[in-house]
Write a protein that binds this ligand. Sequence first.
Ligand SMILES: [Zn+2]
Length: 338
Amino acid sequence: MSGRMRSGLRGEEMNGKNQAWRNLELLMAALMALAGFMWGQAAVAGQDQDYSKVQIKATKVSGNIYMLQGAGGNIAASIGEDGIVIVDDQFAPLAEKIQAALKELKITDKPVRFVINTHYHGDHTGGNAPFSNTGSTVIAQDNVRKRLESGGTAGNGGAIKMESKPADKAALPIITFEHDVTVHLNGEDIRALHFPAGHTDGDSIIFFPKNNVVHMGDDFVRYGFPFIDVTSGGSVQGMISAMEKATAQLPADVKVIPGHGDISNLDDVRAFTKMLKETSAVVEKAIAEKKTLEQMKKEKILAPWAPKWNGDFVNEDAFIETLYNSLTGHKGEFVKRN
Ligand SMILES: [Zn+2]
């Protein structure tokens, strides 16, 4: 899998920084298709995703909040009298289609005034440059800007590894925050709250309190075992903590937009959190027993969770690696593979 991703980096016609993410997206698209989910028209065959074939599907979530799906992370959109605020923006070649899909809802002719990034990964921030070039202001947590600016490696410290180049200036968030920020538009206090060290070190969960909707970024996904970017400051403990803190302050009937996958509810989030806690406890116990990573894989210590959570993107072994590296503090680059 990592070989496929790395070989994708050789593509030339693509904007380099998005290439690895595009391949990640292909893998995820293949997974979603296998799992029987709708994944729009995202190409699943071959290395090159043809963005011209991607269709943007808009779904009403609640009130004036919509979810847009195409390729890459889910987009939340607040559309109303003051204009449009979106959360995440998928890939640069889709920006015009995203704009068109927002217009087609025929709610407002006003522009996308703000884009809030849930985290720095290219399948959530790839559209930053085209959106800022057409007048939107991009907002994100401090570490999102830092990681976009520097480029670097994303990965689980093992088989999953993706390189990104430093982003263009136009792609960098103009407004950054350390802990939280609120955008007061469309009669709502749209709040982005930073949860440290979960999927990455720059994750925000975005709350739409009036509409009772939340966008959880990639701290909560529906493609099975999650990707935790331990090389970008993510950790399973942080992801569990983010989910517990967020669910504690959300109404029971809140509508949850996951980073990837279908609209969910708090029971789905709780099942996900329970799996994270159980699997990390199993790996923690194995570490205490001085088992090696290789032994853990051979003994298939996550077998009880595999039927429900195993995925093509993050399979059982990749998740053991993730948990092992997260719990031992290994960041990947210097991990000795058994
Ligand atoms: Zn991500």
